[in-house]
Each structure stands twice: as structure tokens, then as C-alpha cells.
Design a protein around this ligand. Structure first.
Ligand code: SAM
Length: 262
């Protein structure tokens, strides 16, 4: 039973961290005139409305994208801002692009996109949004990722962004990354996770396992922020990137400094 719906959290502080780094990664990789394969294991619905009942119920975008825009975190030529503005020009000023729509905006026509989303309503919305551009599959993301790697072309990026609804997800992610890296050693693998507070901070064993695994060109970026509501356990956002593209570490350091200073 899938309960998580990203519409309640779209544009929050964790999205700003994850989506800004994803955008810079894609901008660097599309600099070279070679085709790219892009895959998401947990895609979400692609397009969100920050004035929807779900988004207004939590108000999380106020401390996320709205605050970052007001503070001028992103220069006019930043690819995240470019994707946001391109989507807003089409879908209106309250629109917010999820990761697959950001990717669709930044990738070139010859780059292939494969997206997995298991929730029926999220899958239907994602199909409405991106079936004209991507292969949209209602399947388990890990199974799809393993079935499709190594891809053609071999140059590519995979974003793994689970909702961590199942406790077993934290233990499963290091195994999934190891299996994917074994099959596709040149792939850029990006894994997002929530930084949790409290005695049951399940992400800690996962991050320790990933740091010990000896991945090449590993980027590990974590930022902290105030919980969205009193008692909410997510107090930060983390991203691991295996085979991180050149220049990503600088953007991660810039974002970490901005989050730390606010
Ligand atoms: N990546 C999106 C973004 O940044 O815009 C957000 C994705 S949201 C955190 C996680 C999504 O994974 C949810 O829409 C959920 O329905 C979906 N999901 C959960 N378990 C899944 C699975 N085993 N395979 C594919 N999708 C899954």
C-alpha cells in the first residue's frame, strides 16, 4: 500500500537541494555532444501546483523554493532556475516541476528517458505529463533499473528517490547501488535520502554502508533545515552521487553553505 504523495511536499527544502544538484548534473552532462540515457526509479507525478489543496495544507514550499527564490540563491543562468521558469511559462506561476519534468526540460531531444512510478494515480498523472517524451512504466523502480542496466547509450544518469515508506528501504538501497554499479560501472547513480532526527535515525546505517563501499568519484552532500512541523522527523536532505560529474562538488558546497547560513 503506497501512501506517500509528493504533492504535499513539492518544492520543499529537500526538493531545492535535490533538484538543484540534479539540474547542475544534467547541465554538465549535456555540455558534451554525446547522447545520454536518463532513468528514474521513483518518479512521482512530474508536475505539481503549489496552490493545490495538498501543497497549501503543509505549506512546505514556503521554506523551500519560495525562500530560495526570494533570497536569490540561483543566478539567472542556473539550470534549476531555467527549468522552473520554463515550466512556469507553460503551466502558470504556481507550477513546480518534479525531477522527471526538470530532466525533460534540460535534456536534449535525442536523450532517452525511462521513468518508473508504482502508485496508480501518480503514474496516471506522470503519463499525462510526460508520456509524449519518456517511457513511463507502472513498475517497481528497482526491478526496472536492474532490468535496464547497462543501458544504450552507456552514458547516463539514474535518480533513485524512494519515499522510504518501508523500513526495509534503508537496507535495500546500498544493495541496489552495489548491484547497479556492478552492472553499469560508468553510470551516474544519484540516491536521495532524508536526514532524520531521533534514536531511530534509520538513514545512518545506510550512509555508513555507502561511504564504506569505495565508489569512484563519490559525492556525498547533506544539508540541514528546520523540521516542516513540530515533531516532524526530517531535519535535512542527503544525496549520494556515484561517478559525480565534474563541477557538482562545487555546487554541493555552495548549497551546503547557503542552507547552513539561513
Ligand atoms: N522524484 C520525485 C521528485 O523529486 O519530483 C519525487 C518522488 S517521491 C519522493 C517517491 C515516489 O515513489 C512516489 O510517487 C511513490 O508513489 C513512488 N514509489 C514508491 N514505491 C515505489 C516503487 N517500488 N517503485 C516505483 N515507484 C515507487
Amino acid at each position: 500500500m503506497l501512501a506517500y504523495q509528493h504533492a504535499y511536499h513539492a518544492g520543499n527544502a529537500a526538493d531545492v537541494h535535490k533538484h538543484a544538484l540534479l539540474s547542475v548534473m544534467l547541465a554538465r552532462l549535456t555540455d558534451k555532444p554525446k547522447p545520454l540515457w536518463y532513468c528514474e526509479t521513483h518518479a512521482g507525478r512530474g508536475l505539481y501546483a503549489l496552490d493545490s489543496a495538498e501543497a497549501r495544507k503543509t505549506g512546505e514550499a514556503a521554506a523551500g523554493i519560495e525562500r530560495a527564490l526570494a533570497a536569490g540563491w540561483f543566478a539567472p543562468d542556473h539550470p534549476y532556475l531555467h527549468a522552473l521558469q520554463a515550466v512556469r511559462a507553460q503551466a502558470g506561476p504556481a507550477a513546480y516541476p518534479g525531477s522527471p519534468l526538470i530532466a525533460a526540460t534540460l535534456l536534449r531531444p535525442d536523450d532517452r528517458m525511462v521513468l518508473a512510478e508504482l502508485h496508480p494515480a501518480e503514474h496516471a498523472a506522470l503519463s499525462d505529463c510526460l508520456a509524449h517524451r519518456a517511457e513511463v512504466s507502472r513498475s517497481d523502480g528497482a526491478a526496472l533499473a536492474l532490468a535496464r542496466t547497462p543501458p544504450t547509450p552507456r552514458r547516463g544518469v539514474m535518480l533513485i528517490d524512494p519515499s522510504y515508506e518501508l523500513r526495509g528501504d534503508y537496507a535495500a538501497m546500498p544493495r541496489l547501488l552495489a548491484d547497479l554499479h556492478r552492472k553499469w560501472n560508468v553510470g551516474v547513480l544519484a540516491l536521495w535520502y532524508p536526514v532524520l532526527e531521533g534514536p531511530e535515525a534509520s538513514h545512518r546505517a545506510m550512509t555508513a554502508a555507502l561511504l564504506a563501499a569505495g565508489y569512484p568519484k563519490l559525492l556525498h552532500s547533506e544539508v540541514r533545515f528546520a523540521p516542516a512541523r513540530p515533531g516532524h522527523r526530517m531535519v535535512g536532505s542527503g544525496l549520494f552521487v556515484v561517478n559525480a560529474p565534474f563541477g557538482l562538488a562545487e555546487e554541493a558546497a555552495r548549497l551546503e553553505a547557503l542552507f547552513a547560513a539561513r
